[in-house]
Each structure stands twice: as structure tokens, then as C-alpha cells.
Design a protein around this ligand. Structure first.
Ligand SMILES: Cc1cc2nc3c(=O)[nH]c(=O)nc-3n(C[C@H](O)[C@H](O)[C@H](O)COP(=O)(O)O)c2cc1C
Length: 256
């Protein structure tokens, strides 16, 4: 069983590849019922796949794990995580294990893949150039072919991950600032002259934080639900969504 979150498709691709290789079900946490009790088959692996947000697992993944439960003992099951990040993951594995503790789970293996960047919410942070997008995807596909047999064989250990030079500063200090200060939908706006009211932004929002849909211009609910995943921004077919002045003249990306 693989639980995954993906805003712009990188981690969905990874979850699908792992699901196919292990013949195990993949479950999008956005479609999964909260507080559901899952039944595992004998020897079934438990995987958690997500993008790194602010050098930590995204809030939506940690909130989901807080409501997750399994029938029976979990300690005989192999548990792993596979993450995607534009660059560095910091102490994301430690944060994940911190929340898995209440389920009696601890990851036996972890790996991360460098995938095209989707964070555009701060100055100087932009999507990757097309050559970098292609190179990251090719390298990740190659590495994944090496990692998959290790997951199939339930091998222990952390396969190469990119922690960053200062994982504590990144995850504990900057990650905390990110969660406290930057998880806000307040700067989102739509350029009415470009918006064609297709409703895609509202459809792709993983937290149902956009009022809109086909025939309507989007409005953000300001209900403390936004995780600034930028799915609305990246999937807009007319580049009509901005995040204050931070996204002006920046690129868009979603996995194709
Ligand atoms: C809110 C947010 C925060 C991010 N934080 C990080 C980060 O701390 N380190 C990093 O390398 N990439 C970071 N990224 C980039 C994503 O982790 C990366 O692009 C990921 O592959 C996106 O996956 P998805 O398409 O499945 O959503 C961030 C992206 C977003 C939207």
C-alpha cells in the first residue's frame, strides 16, 4: 500500500512507478477518507511518497498520517518513503518518522529524487529551465531503476538522499518559518483579462481551497487550508494566476 501526495505530478509519477513495480495499491491521500482503518495483506509494504515542502514532509501528509490507522500489528511490515524535491530534503525523513511513531512505524528505507522545482513563492525561486527539467527527469528515471529492486527486496537503509549542507537549519529553523509564515493563500489573485473560467485551478487544488469551477473566476477561501503547493498557479492554461509580485514573469511546470 502506497500513500502519496502530489501537487504537480512529480510524486504521482513516482508513486505510480513504485506501485507498478511492487504490485501494491497506490492511494492518493487527497481522495482517501480521513480516519479510515486500513487492512494490510501479509508482507505488504507500506510506502509514503510525497514532495518535500520547506525541507519537511508537506503539512497535508503529516495531517493525514495523524488520522491514519491499521488493523493489527504494523511491526512486521516493511515501511519506506520516497520523496521528490527540487534540490534538498533536509531532515524530512526524521519529521516523517516522528509522525509515524504513533502508528508503531519507522521507515526501513528512504530515498529522494531531484525533480523539477515547483516552488515559486519567494524572490529568486523559479521553475527550472527546460534543459534542467529534462536532465532531472532522466537522471531520476535512471536512479529509480536502481532503487526499485531494493524496495522490492525490502532492503534496509537509506539510499542516497540529498540532505543539504545544513539540514537542521533548513528543516528546523527555516522549515518552521515556512510553516508559520508562508503557508498562506492571501497573495493569490487572478488576472481577469487572461482567466477563461475553465475551473482547472479549483479542480486541482488538493485542499479544496478555491471557490470557482467551470464558468467562474477563482477566489481563494483564506480559510487556513492552503499549503502553497502552487498547483493552481502551475496548471492554469493561461498563466492567469499570480502570487503577489513573487510570481511575476516566472515559469510554470507540471509533470507531463
Ligand atoms: C511549497 C513548496 C515547498 C518546497 N520546498 C522544497 C524544499 O524544501 N526543498 C526542495 O528541494 N524542493 C522544494 N520544493 C520543490 C518540490 O519539492 C519539488 O518540485 C517536487 O518534486 C514537487 O512534487 P509534486 O509535483 O509531486 O508536487 C517545494 C515546492 C513547493 C510547492
Amino acid at each position: 500500500m502506497i500513500f502519496y501526495f502530489s501537487a504537480t505530478g512529480n510524486s504521482r509519477w513516482l508513486a505510480k512507478e513504485l506501485g507498478q513495480a511492487t504490485q501494491e495499491e497506490i492511494i492518493s491521500i487527497c481522495d482517501a477518507p480521513m480516519f479510515h482503518c486500513y487492512t494490510l495483506k501479509d508482507d505488504e509494504r507500506i510506502g509514503f511518497v510525497f514532495p518535500v515542502h520547506g525541507w519537511r514532509p508537506p503539512k497535508i501528509m503529516l495531517d493525514f498520517i495523524a488520522t491514519l490507522s491499521f488493523k493489527g500489528d504494523t511491526d512486521t511490515h516493511y515501511c519506506y518513503t520516497a520523496m521528490t524535491a527540487g534540490d534538498d530534503i533536509g531532515r524530512s525523513v526524521d519529521y516523517l518518522n516522528g509522525s509515524l511513531g504513533r502508528l508503531g512505524l519507522h521507515t526501513h528505507a528512504a530515498f529522494s529524487l531531484k525533480m523539477p522545482n515547483t516552488y515559486v513563492g519567494l524572490p529568486l525561486m523559479n521553475t527550472d529551465k527546460p534543459q534542467i527539467v529534462q536532465a532531472k527527469k532522466q537522471e531520476s528515471e535512471k536512479l529509480l531503476r536502481q532503487y526499485i529492486p531494493r524496495i522490492q527486496n525490502c532492503e534496509n537503509g537509506i539510499t542516497p538522499i540529498h540532505k543539504s549542507h545544513w539540514p537542521r537549519i533548513n528543516s528546523d529553523i527555516l522549515g518552521n518559518l515556512f510553516v508559520k509564515r508562508l503557508l498562506t493563500d492571501k497573495p493569490f489573485s487572478v488576472d481577469e483579462s487572461r482567466c477563461v473560467k475553465c475551473g482547472i485551478c479549483a479542480d486541482v487544488c488538493p485542499t479544496d481551497n478555491i471557490k470557482g469551477g467551470l464558468g467562474f473566476q477563482p477566489t481563494w477561501l483564506h480559510a487556513d487550508k492552503c499549503i502553497t503547493c502552487f498547483a493552481c498557479y502551475h496548471y492554469c492554461p493561461h498563466h492567469a494566476i499570480e502570487y503577489g509580485s513573487k510570481t511575476r514573469h516566472k515559469g510554470q511546470y507540471h509533470y507531463k
